[in-house]
Design a protein around this ligand. Structure first.
Ligand code: FES
Length: 132
């Protein structure tokens, strides 16, 4: 592999939290139009804490490692802190990525943010329908 850290290789070989959450509170989908990689992120939220994150991915080894690391960083965080997780946080958690693969971290972070936005949208809709 092209200069990957041991952590990247380990996450790629043993991806954490891969799969689907059937009753997800939020779902985010993101793709990279340049390479064609796709990521779908599922989240569960309880009392403003992200209690579970899973994902499906069709992507390169770095994207898989980034999605895996993203779940470990997000689970247990307050929803607002999870929203602030950045591409840099993911790269740092993996002890870096080769320059040419830095964009792969975008999928994990953006997919999580989209799932959280979906959760906020659904929560708002529920609150509004309760007011009516
Ligand atoms: Fe597409 Fe890695 S090459 S996300």
């Amino acid at each position: 592999m092209i200069g990957y850290s041991e952590k990247v290789i380990e996450h790629f070989k043993n991806p954490r939290n891969a799969g689907v959450i059937d009753d997800a509170d939020g779902i985010g989908e993101i793709g990279d139009k340049n390479c064609g990689d796709l990521l779908r992120v599922f989240i569960k939220v309880a009392q403003d804490v992200v209690t579970d994150v899973k994902y499906q991915i069709r992507g390169c080894g770095a994207a898989i490692a980034c999605a895996s690391a993203m779940t470990e960083l997000a689970i247990g965080k307050h929803i607002e802190d999870a929203m602030m997780l950045s591409e840099d946080d993911i790269v740092e958690a993996l002890d870096g990525l080769p320059e040419i693969k830095l964009h792969c971290s975008n999928l994990g972070a953006a997919g999580l943010r989209k799932a959280i936005m979906d959760y906020f949208g659904k929560t708002l809709t529920k609150e509004r329908s309760n007011e009516i």
